[in-house]
Design a protein around this ligand. Sequence first.
Ligand code: DGL
Length: 272
Amino acid sequence: MSDNRAIGVFDSGLGGLTVAREIMKLLPNENIVYFGDTGRVPYGTKGRETIRKYALQDEQFLLSHNVKMIVAACGTVSSVAADTAEALPVPFVEVVSHSVRAAVKATKNGKIGILATTATINSGAHKKQILKLLPKAEVVEASGTLLVPIVEEGWTSIDDAVAIETLRRYLKPMVDARIDTLILGCTHFPVLSSIIRNVLGNGVTLINMGEATANAIDKMLKAGNSLNDGKKTAEYKFYASDKTKSFEKTVKILLGNYDKNFHIEQVDIEKV
Ligand code: DGL
């Protein structure tokens, strides 16, 4: 059996393209419909009720595209509003539990760091799940609020003084605690991996939530016999609630080599 409907992916903005890119890499046959709520980003500094309201609208938008699965690529939605998916008629995938499992598997000394948005850290979602799987774990958390605009500004090269200094500050408690595993709990952070590695040292495993989630999606689709085994090249459709001046530059940073023929359509998400 096969299912050629698209996988629906949504995020508070363009950051979720780092998750979409991992799905494209691992599952090149899968069609994808992506929605980025660029008109209302960031979610990570907002309150729970607002994030839940936005997540429900984003999910409805994807459902209207007849998707076979909905992926909340957003660390914030996955931590704060995963319950909005309870009534969905299609399987729902979030990014927290898969990253947590990968981190628990990777750690040797039980010291795990989480770098994410303020809303994600305040929710305690990663910490609770880690302690359930590994009760003796030591969890060190930091909200990296400034890193989102830094990535969107394109200050991501390995020698960028602002990115290096900002990461040094955020990661200091993790260096002091000698973590051996760090969950990159926000869509934008994989782009900063090289700098993070330099700050933390080579002994620390970085968990990319996009990779962990793509692996989980692969398993779920295989188990449900719902991979797309059609012969046509996969189709990607991108929608956003606003187009900004630096849009294309940001897409290039986040989507990497998958940005060819990238075309985005603007939608009024409030009307969904
Ligand atoms: N996509 C968000 C996340 O992964 C980061 C940007 C935001 O704050 O909305 O948490």
